[in-house]
Design a protein. Structure first.
Length: 226
Protein backbone atom coordinates (compact mmCIF):
# COMPACT_ATOMS: atom_id res chain seq x y z
CA UNK A 1 0.00 0.00 0.00
CA UNK A 2 1.58 3.27 -1.15
CA UNK A 3 0.92 6.57 0.62
CA UNK A 4 1.32 10.21 -0.39
CA UNK A 5 3.48 11.83 2.25
CA UNK A 6 3.08 15.40 3.44
CA UNK A 7 6.34 17.32 3.10
CA UNK A 8 6.70 19.58 6.13
CA UNK A 9 8.89 22.72 6.16
CA UNK A 10 10.83 21.34 9.11
CA UNK A 11 11.00 17.80 7.76
CA UNK A 12 14.56 17.11 8.86
CA UNK A 13 13.75 18.12 12.42
CA UNK A 14 10.65 15.96 12.52
CA UNK A 15 12.49 12.98 11.09
CA UNK A 16 14.83 12.75 14.07
CA UNK A 17 12.44 10.57 16.02
CA UNK A 18 12.65 8.81 19.34
CA UNK A 19 12.24 5.06 19.55
CA UNK A 20 10.62 4.22 22.89
CA UNK A 21 10.77 0.79 24.43
CA UNK A 22 7.75 -1.04 25.78
CA UNK A 23 5.69 2.10 26.19
CA UNK A 24 8.18 4.76 27.25
CA UNK A 25 11.61 3.16 27.50
CA UNK A 26 14.84 4.37 25.99
CA UNK A 27 16.20 3.63 22.52
CA UNK A 28 18.28 0.44 22.31
CA UNK A 29 22.06 0.79 22.25
CA UNK A 30 23.53 1.04 18.77
CA UNK A 31 25.62 -1.93 17.62
CA UNK A 32 29.41 -1.59 17.73
CA UNK A 33 29.55 -2.25 13.98
CA UNK A 34 26.86 -2.22 11.26
CA UNK A 35 24.47 -5.15 11.33
CA UNK A 36 24.33 -7.44 8.32
CA UNK A 37 21.17 -8.35 6.43
CA UNK A 38 21.42 -11.85 7.89
CA UNK A 39 21.61 -10.53 11.46
CA UNK A 40 18.63 -8.23 10.94
CA UNK A 41 16.39 -11.05 9.70
CA UNK A 42 17.53 -14.28 11.38
CA UNK A 43 14.64 -15.56 13.51
CA UNK A 44 16.81 -16.85 16.33
CA UNK A 45 14.72 -15.88 19.38
CA UNK A 46 11.31 -17.06 20.55
CA UNK A 47 8.72 -14.92 22.31
CA UNK A 48 6.39 -16.86 24.62
CA UNK A 49 3.13 -15.71 26.18
CA UNK A 50 2.27 -18.62 28.44
CA UNK A 51 -0.99 -17.10 29.61
CA UNK A 52 -2.47 -17.03 26.11
CA UNK A 53 -0.53 -19.94 24.64
CA UNK A 54 1.27 -17.84 22.01
CA UNK A 55 4.77 -18.22 20.63
CA UNK A 56 6.49 -16.66 17.64
CA UNK A 57 10.04 -16.13 16.49
CA UNK A 58 11.87 -12.86 15.84
CA UNK A 59 15.49 -11.66 15.35
CA UNK A 60 17.53 -11.34 18.53
CA UNK A 61 19.03 -8.02 17.33
CA UNK A 62 15.57 -6.42 17.39
CA UNK A 63 14.62 -4.37 20.44
CA UNK A 64 11.65 -5.02 22.71
CA UNK A 65 9.47 -2.09 21.66
CA UNK A 66 5.98 -1.30 20.45
CA UNK A 67 7.13 1.65 18.32
CA UNK A 68 10.04 1.68 15.88
CA UNK A 69 9.38 4.82 13.84
CA UNK A 70 7.74 8.25 14.02
CA UNK A 71 4.22 6.85 13.50
CA UNK A 72 3.15 4.03 15.83
CA UNK A 73 1.50 0.77 14.75
CA UNK A 74 -2.31 0.70 14.68
CA UNK A 75 -2.47 -1.64 17.68
CA UNK A 76 -0.43 0.81 19.73
CA UNK A 77 -2.92 3.56 18.92
CA UNK A 78 -5.86 1.42 20.05
CA UNK A 79 -7.34 1.84 23.52
CA UNK A 80 -9.01 -1.59 23.46
CA UNK A 81 -6.23 -3.69 21.94
CA UNK A 82 -2.98 -2.38 23.40
CA UNK A 83 -0.06 -4.67 22.54
CA UNK A 84 1.13 -7.21 25.06
CA UNK A 85 4.53 -7.30 23.37
CA UNK A 86 6.38 -5.93 20.40
CA UNK A 87 9.77 -6.16 18.75
CA UNK A 88 11.32 -3.88 16.17
CA UNK A 89 14.38 -2.86 14.23
CA UNK A 90 15.21 0.79 13.54
CA UNK A 91 17.75 2.33 11.19
CA UNK A 92 17.70 5.54 13.24
CA UNK A 93 16.62 9.07 12.39
CA UNK A 94 17.55 11.49 9.64
CA UNK A 95 20.04 12.72 8.72
CA UNK A 96 21.85 9.45 9.40
CA UNK A 97 24.68 10.05 11.86
CA UNK A 98 26.08 6.54 11.34
CA UNK A 99 25.50 3.34 9.42
CA UNK A 100 23.40 1.06 11.62
CA UNK A 101 22.56 -1.73 9.21
CA UNK A 102 21.87 -2.78 5.61
CA UNK A 103 19.15 -0.17 4.99
CA UNK A 104 20.90 2.93 6.34
CA UNK A 105 21.34 4.42 2.86
CA UNK A 106 17.61 4.02 2.15
CA UNK A 107 14.51 5.79 3.44
CA UNK A 108 13.58 2.90 5.74
CA UNK A 109 12.93 4.03 9.29
CA UNK A 110 12.13 0.70 10.86
CA UNK A 111 10.20 -2.55 10.80
CA UNK A 112 8.57 -4.58 13.51
CA UNK A 113 5.84 -6.78 14.92
CA UNK A 114 3.37 -6.13 17.74
CA UNK A 115 0.99 -8.60 19.37
CA UNK A 116 -2.19 -8.35 21.42
CA UNK A 117 -4.75 -10.76 22.91
CA UNK A 118 -8.16 -9.34 23.78
CA UNK A 119 -11.09 -11.09 25.51
CA UNK A 120 -14.14 -11.17 23.22
CA UNK A 121 -17.53 -12.86 23.13
CA UNK A 122 -17.01 -14.48 19.76
CA UNK A 123 -15.44 -14.46 16.31
CA UNK A 124 -17.70 -11.65 15.07
CA UNK A 125 -16.50 -9.30 17.80
CA UNK A 126 -12.89 -10.20 17.04
CA UNK A 127 -13.38 -9.41 13.38
CA UNK A 128 -15.09 -6.11 14.26
CA UNK A 129 -12.07 -5.08 16.34
CA UNK A 130 -9.70 -5.87 13.49
CA UNK A 131 -11.87 -3.97 11.01
CA UNK A 132 -11.99 -0.92 13.29
CA UNK A 133 -8.18 -0.77 13.25
CA UNK A 134 -7.95 -1.08 9.47
CA UNK A 135 -7.95 1.79 6.99
CA UNK A 136 -9.46 -0.28 4.18
CA UNK A 137 -12.90 -1.94 4.09
CA UNK A 138 -11.89 -5.36 2.79
CA UNK A 139 -9.66 -8.16 3.99
CA UNK A 140 -8.09 -11.38 2.80
CA UNK A 141 -7.29 -14.66 4.54
CA UNK A 142 -4.08 -16.46 5.44
CA UNK A 143 -3.25 -19.64 7.35
CA UNK A 144 -0.40 -19.83 9.88
CA UNK A 145 0.17 -22.74 12.22
CA UNK A 146 -3.04 -24.42 10.98
CA UNK A 147 -5.10 -21.39 12.02
CA UNK A 148 -7.02 -19.12 9.68
CA UNK A 149 -6.40 -15.38 10.03
CA UNK A 150 -8.14 -12.45 8.40
CA UNK A 151 -5.61 -9.93 7.08
CA UNK A 152 -6.31 -6.19 7.13
CA UNK A 153 -4.26 -3.21 5.97
CA UNK A 154 -3.24 -0.49 8.41
CA UNK A 155 -1.31 2.72 8.04
CA UNK A 156 -0.72 6.35 8.86
CA UNK A 157 1.12 9.20 7.12
CA UNK A 158 2.22 12.74 7.83
CA UNK A 159 5.30 14.89 8.53
CA UNK A 160 7.13 13.32 5.57
CA UNK A 161 6.83 9.84 7.05
CA UNK A 162 4.48 6.88 6.81
CA UNK A 163 3.88 3.46 8.27
CA UNK A 164 2.10 0.64 6.44
CA UNK A 165 1.15 -2.59 8.07
CA UNK A 166 -0.69 -5.86 7.89
CA UNK A 167 -2.99 -6.74 10.78
CA UNK A 168 -3.71 -10.44 11.30
CA UNK A 169 -6.69 -11.51 13.42
CA UNK A 170 -7.88 -14.92 14.61
CA UNK A 171 -10.36 -16.03 17.27
CA UNK A 172 -9.84 -18.92 19.68
CA UNK A 173 -10.88 -19.69 23.26
CA UNK A 174 -12.87 -16.46 23.78
CA UNK A 175 -9.80 -14.46 22.78
CA UNK A 176 -9.10 -12.26 19.78
CA UNK A 177 -5.46 -12.70 18.78
CA UNK A 178 -4.07 -9.73 16.86
CA UNK A 179 -0.65 -9.52 15.23
CA UNK A 180 0.59 -6.51 13.24
CA UNK A 181 3.72 -6.28 11.08
CA UNK A 182 4.80 -2.85 9.86
CA UNK A 183 7.20 -1.09 7.53
CA UNK A 184 7.95 2.58 8.22
CA UNK A 185 9.64 4.91 5.74
CA UNK A 186 10.45 8.56 5.23
CA UNK A 187 9.79 10.51 2.05
CA UNK A 188 12.99 10.35 -0.03
CA UNK A 189 12.10 13.70 -1.56
CA UNK A 190 12.57 15.41 1.81
CA UNK A 191 16.06 14.05 2.35
CA UNK A 192 19.46 14.48 0.75
CA UNK A 193 21.44 11.43 -0.39
CA UNK A 194 18.70 9.01 0.70
CA UNK A 195 17.20 6.64 -1.83
CA UNK A 196 13.79 5.00 -1.60
CA UNK A 197 13.66 1.28 -0.99
CA UNK A 198 13.68 -0.51 -4.32
CA UNK A 199 10.64 -2.66 -5.21
CA UNK A 200 12.83 -5.73 -4.72
CA UNK A 201 13.88 -4.57 -1.24
CA UNK A 202 10.28 -3.83 -0.27
CA UNK A 203 9.12 -7.27 -1.42
CA UNK A 204 11.97 -8.92 0.45
CA UNK A 205 11.08 -7.09 3.68
CA UNK A 206 7.41 -8.05 3.32
CA UNK A 207 8.36 -11.69 2.80
CA UNK A 208 10.65 -11.69 5.80
CA UNK A 209 7.92 -10.20 7.99
CA UNK A 210 5.66 -12.98 6.71
CA UNK A 211 8.24 -15.46 8.02
CA UNK A 212 7.56 -14.11 11.52
CA UNK A 213 3.84 -14.74 11.03
CA UNK A 214 4.55 -18.22 9.71
CA UNK A 215 6.27 -18.94 13.03
CA UNK A 216 3.18 -18.00 15.09
CA UNK A 217 1.70 -20.82 17.15
CA UNK A 218 -1.36 -20.62 19.39
CA UNK A 219 -1.86 -23.59 21.73
CA UNK A 220 -4.82 -23.27 24.04
CA UNK A 221 -4.58 -24.64 27.57
CA UNK A 222 -6.39 -27.92 28.20
CA UNK A 223 -6.60 -27.29 31.93
CA UNK A 224 -10.11 -26.70 33.31
CA UNK A 225 -10.86 -23.10 34.38
CA UNK A 226 -10.17 -22.19 38.00
Amino acid sequence: MRRVLLIAPFALISLVHQIPGQGAGQAPALPSKPLTLTQVWTLDTTYTDQRHGVTFRYPSVWAATTQFAYHPPALTRSDEAKPIAGFGYSEGGFPRDRIVGPYSRTNLEGVGVVYSAVPVAGAAECEAKATSLSDTPGHRRAVFGNRSFTVHETGQAGMSQSIDGSLYATYAGHTCYLFETDIAVASPGALDNIQALTPAQSRDIENRLLDIMRSVRIVLSTRPPG
